[in-house]
Design a protein around this ligand. Structure first.
Ligand code: MF3
Ligand code: CO
Ligand code: CO
Length: 269
């Protein structure tokens, strides 16, 4: 994972901002009665027509997978990740993760947020909020000299202290000219273990947190991942740059939700 040059980082900033702006754009359309396929169509048209960018998921085919058929991922309720948009109608009280990855000038920006369809249950809101904090606990651990285990530990400790479980089969990842690069960013771990972070590294932090057990299943579509016990699952994702003194969040836009108080002091973005 070679450190990125200042020009590379400008490319990553632009791709990251565009990915976040897709989420801003689609936000008012996430309401009862909308289908996930409609949200996909809106995002696809915005990315290609307005941003002049490429939706990275479309036809993405990592080893062992059929080509992904849509431009975004929409994971509803007990869907953990990689939910394939289609005929599913969003209903009042649903929670949905929308995960957007765009390619601009060859660089990738990857970000996701949770959305409430109408008013969520108390438990669903709590899961989404704690998962947001889990992502930010991980981000706040990023600085040169910290290790990958420091990030994973910070995420895991926060989730488990609230009685939630962490999905282990999927993780954050290096990102740049390729969608998924080394290293893997696990959302569990032990302080001090694993690779040391260096300025110029770019990777995602994207914890998937289940209200019930951590076990997952893959649906017959070959992509959609669900909780085995059908408990609710939430996920948030940012693309992060390791800076000389800490980190910069690259997937920022006007609509990015606020940085939690515990991380606000050190935030560069
Ligand atoms: N955006 C997802 C991630 O955060 C990957 C989606 S791959 C797809 O890594 F093919 F399902 F789109
Ligand atoms: Co990602
Ligand atoms: Co993503």
């Amino acid at each position: 994972m070679p450190a990125k040059s200042p020009e590379d980082i400008e490319g990553m900033r632009l791709a990251g901002r565009l990915a976040a702006e897709v989420l801003d754009y689609v936000t008012p359309f996430v309401k009862p009665g909308a289908t996930t396929g409609y949200l996909d169509q809106l995002c696809h048209d915005f990315i290609t027509g307005v941003q002049g960018a490429i939706p990275a998921p479309l036809n993405y085919a990592p080893p062992g997978h059929r080509p992904y058929p849509k431009s975004i991922c929409t994971s509803v309720n007990h869907q953990v990740c990689h939910g394939v948009p289609g005929d599913k109608v969003l209903r009042h009280g649903d929670i949905v993760n929308i995960d957007v990855t765009v390619i601009k000038h060859g660089w990738h920006g990857d970000t996701s947020r949770m959305f409430y369809v109408g008013e969520p249950s108390v438990q669903a809101r709590r899961l989404c909020e704690i998962t947001y904090e889990c992502m930010w606990r991980g981000i706040a651990a990023v600085r040169p000299g910290a290790t990958l285990g420091d990030i994973g530990f910070a995420v895991q400790k926060h989730a488990e202290s609230h009685g939630y479980s962490i999905v282990r089969e999927f993780c954050g990842h290096g990102i740049g000219r390729r969608f998924h690069e080394e290293p893997q960013i696990l959302h569990y771990g032990r302080p001090g273990q694993g690779m040391k972070l260096q300025p110029g590294m770019t990777f995602t932090i994207e914890p998937m947190i289940n209200a019930g057990k951590r076990d997952i299943r893959q649906l017959a579509d070959g992509w959609t991942i669900v909780t085995a016990d059908h408990s609710l699952s939430a996920q948030w994702e940012h693309t992060i740059l390791v800076t000389e003194d800490a980190y910069e969040v690259l997937t920022v836009s006007a609509g990015t939700p606020p940085v939690p108080a515990f991380a606000a002091e050190r935030a560069t973005a």
